[in-house]
Design a protein around this ligand. Structure first.
Ligand SMILES: Nc1ncnc2c1ncn2[C@@H]1O[C@H](COP(=O)(O)OP(=O)(O)OP(=O)(O)O)[C@@H](O)[C@H]1O
Length: 484
């Protein structure tokens, strides 16, 4: 059963790869089998080339391991499994999906296969609504507000790190070839991680190459508000015309479309029209598109036609680099140990990090002193106190016990069963990472254990975070809940 093999292959890859890599490269693949050949369809060249370069060897190995009796060849192609050579419609050629292909067995994709969806031709053929000039001026005036790119959000001002590398690479590609293979570019991730910054950076780069390009940035709530206003003013055709006339449409936080059916409908038509016209779209969201409740399946499916990339919270080194860059921009001398101190203590997101740095700079200006750790401790007193409370050994133990649904007493106990030993090691690793307590102190707080036990626990968790996606996810969730 080759289809089953691909499903098993996906399961294995999900275990082996960080979730960001899995979601970006493996999830979008769709598989079809033909005889002894497994064809994996990538939605665009970017993904095909990357998978072929980085994962093809491993996929072939897994397929051989999972189907030892029938040797199978693995082929990578661009497009949908319907053999159209592209999973999106050509201009003026609406398609229905999913559509089977002759001789191909039912396919399984890395993500759940979307429900029946139909691309509807844009509503531009509908008779235009006649509006009076006053109303027209009002709606146009309102729409014109939206060309508001933030000039400082550029690629030059964006610090690259492991957590945002893919998103940055994709954004740069889009800036060079707008409306091409990566349309829409869909950036997702938690708050304050740089999605809006990247989106504007693309817009600014496009504007730089072509100053008269019409680049429209807006928050999704604004799209909804404008649509409601256009409906009230009987000016929906102006609304449609405006949005379809752009060279690039950048919409932030599209999770706000959830449950707003009429807006989704309107956006769906706009989306199709822009895609067919080769105009670039960039969308951001706080979660993976398939996980947005209250969003129509057909929209979720469209979002996957381009390139979907995660932006993750920055790791320590990137946080330090961001602080150094922001300090240089502000023409302030931030000694490396001070940057490190702030980066170690403020982990939630880049916006918080920036906020903390601004406070430190203000306090240095105010007191006329140089920035050092003492000044930082003083100016961020309340923030750090709150954090200390959150990351006390007690609180780490309580949070971990609650997360794994065990008792705090179990963490201190001598019990060595996996269901208790693993959470205990996770808690020790978190204590090592988040507090300044020494290994013996941490050992003491876990029922008087030796410091070598703590060290072993920390090493074990570090290793498991590389190889086991459950532990990786648990650790990430716990870190987040202890530091935000
Ligand atoms: N890698 C980075 N390098 C430099 N600055 C960054 C980086 N990542 C984020 N920032 C800065 O952090 C702040 C927050 O980023 P941004 O507004 O883009 O986040 P977001 O992911 O869009 O968040 P939200 O979902 O809340 O809108 C901005 O000032 C941005 O310039």
């Amino acid at each position: 059963m080759p289809g089953v093999v691909w499903q098993q292959c996906i399961d294995r890859l999900q275990d082996e790869l960080p979730s960001q890599q899995f979601n970006t490269w493996i999830r979008p693949l769709q598989a079809a089998t033909h005889g002894n050949s497994l064809t994996l369809f990538a939605p665009n060249r970017f993904i095909k080339d990357f998978v072929s370069d980085k994962f093809a060897g491993r996929i072939s190995e897994l397929v051989a391991e999972l189907e030892p009796t029938t040797p199978m060849s693995v082929v990578l192609e661009i497009g949908g499994r319907n053999g159209s050579g592209g999973s999106r419609p050509l201009p003026g050629h609406p398609v229905e999906e999913p559509r089977g292909s002759a001789g191909m067995q039912p396919a399984i994709s890395g993500a759940a296969v979307s429900s029946n969806a139909r691309i509807v031709t844009p509503a531009s053929t509908k008779p235009a609504v006649v509006v009076d000039t006053h109303r027209q001026a009002e709606i146009e005036g309102s729409l014109q507000h939206q060309q508001n790119l933030v000039g400082t959000y550029t690629f030059d001002n964006f610090v690259e790190g492991k957590s945002n590398q893919l998103a940055l690479a994709a954004a740069k590609q889009v800036a060079e070839n707008p409306g091409d293979s990566y349309n829409p570019l869909f950036l997702y991730g938690g708050v304050g991680l740089g999605k809006t910054h990247l989106m504007h950076a693309v817009g600014n780069a496009l504007k730089h190459h072509k100053p008269d390009a019409k680049i429209v940035y807006l928050h999704s709530e604004r799209f909804v508000a404008d649509m409601v206003k256009a409906l009230q003013l009987n000016a929906i055709s102006d609304f449609k015309r405006y949005y379809r006339s752009v060279d690039a449409l950048l919409i932030d936080d599209i999770q706000f479309f959830a449950k707003k059916d009429r807006s989704q409908e309107e956006f769906f038509h706009t989306f199709n029209a822009l895609l067919e016209g080769g105009q670039q779209m960039i969308l951001t969201c706080d979660r993976y598109p398939k996980e947005i409740d209250g969003l129509e399946e057909r929209l979720k499916s469209r979002f996957g036609w381009g390139l979907t990339v995660a932006v993750e919270p920055p790791e320590l080194e990137t946080r330090v680099a961001i602080l150094m860059k922001k300090a240089t921009q502000a023409r302030v001398n931030l000694p490396p140990d001070s940057a490190f101190f702030i980066a170690q203590r403020i982990r939630s997101n880049v916006r918080e990090l920036e906020g903390a740095l601004k406070r430190v700079i203000a306090s240095a200006h105010f007191t006329g002193s140089d920035i050092d750790i003492e000044l930082i401790k003083d100016s961020l007193k309340d923030l750090l106190a709150l954090q200390d409370k959150q990351v006390s050994l007690d609180n780490i133990q309580r949070t971990v016990a609650e997360y794994y649904k065990i008792k705090v007493a179990d963490l201190m106990s001598r019990r060595r069963s996996r269901s208790v030993a693993r959470p205990r090691q996770v808690a020790m690793a978190l204590a090592k990472e988040l507090t300044n307590h020494s290994l013996p102190e941490i050992g003491d707080s876990f029922g008087g254990r030796d410091h070598t036990t703590v060290l072993h626990g920390c090493r074990k968790i570090r290793e498991l975070r590389e190889t086991n996606s459950d532990i990786r996810e648990d650790y990430k969730n716990l870190l987040r809940s202890l530091t935000t």
